[in-house]
Design a protein around this ligand. Sequence first.
Ligand code: ADP
Length: 330
Amino acid sequence: MAEVTLSNLSKSYGATRALKDVTMTIPDGAFVVLLGPTGAGKTTTLRLIAGLDRPDAGDVRISGQSVLRDTPAQRDVAMVFQQYSLYPHLSVRDNLAFPLRSPMIAMPEDQIARRVQEVAEVLRIPHKLDNKATALSGGEMQRVSIGRALVRNPRIYLMDEPLSSLDAKLRADLRVELKRIHQDLGATFLYVTHDQIEAMTMATHVGVLDHGRLVQFGTPREIYETPVSAYVASRLGQPHINLLPADAFGAPPPNAAQIGLRPEHIHIGEGVEAAISRIEHLGDQTRLHLTFGPHALVTLTDPHTPLQPGQTVRIRPHNPLWFDAAGNRI
Ligand code: ADP
């Protein structure tokens, strides 16, 4: 396991500047989640670390040593893509064993057999070991892809939305499993996801990318509670943070252009009158959709609420976040 440092990393594809001057340290044993919408530069970051692409400028260091001249194999990283990449003509067992048979690792066959069995059990595919890789469902193929990374003990695991093609139950199980692997092995992870829950539950640190720039790096709690901008604030939280004109509830602080209200920033019971337009019962949370004047917002309420659509409630902000005209937090 190892610390990975990116210094002033930049990469363009033709006229597209995919990554701009990114500096970030992934501490040894950390689980860093990269967040950002499509095109923000997340996959590019992983590819530059893995050695699948070369940066235009900047450096990638693993355990303090620059790896820019090293091949992907020499870098000793394991990468899992969103889309499974298996050897179709091989069995699941041989797909899982493949990385361990590489000349750089060359593990004895009896150890390989044990390791493959262990990983197959973690991923709940031991009964599929003798299947051809093509004789699997999409979810099973993706588990084999993850398994091919897990059989190894690389310096860092790079994962690009590895769970996004799986059904909700398996995703929840593997989330717990990956976190357990992280804790048990002390492994270092850099993990790309769009999934809030994955980010909040697995990450020790979150890096937020905006058009190729790293705009904030911190613990999930820091990113959630003290975002540097409305953009960062919008990356985490379900329901999404409500962004309204700063004067929606009365006089704002100087320079405020927007007020940001997460569900816990909305006090119900006094303040302005808002109409309930919709109530969504999601099981683990109940969402209250409100309108007042031209504004709409979403907050949470008690699952056993007696409130009904068409009724009104009074609301007021409680410790909201304020943003200036450029979207930066005040
Ligand atoms: P993300 O993973 O956050 O969706 P990417 O790192 O894949 O973002 O892409 C960042 C930007 O670089 C995007 O604008 C994307 O279109 C562009 N890009 C990535 N790879 C290539 C490539 N091989 N050729 C051309 N443009 C690319």
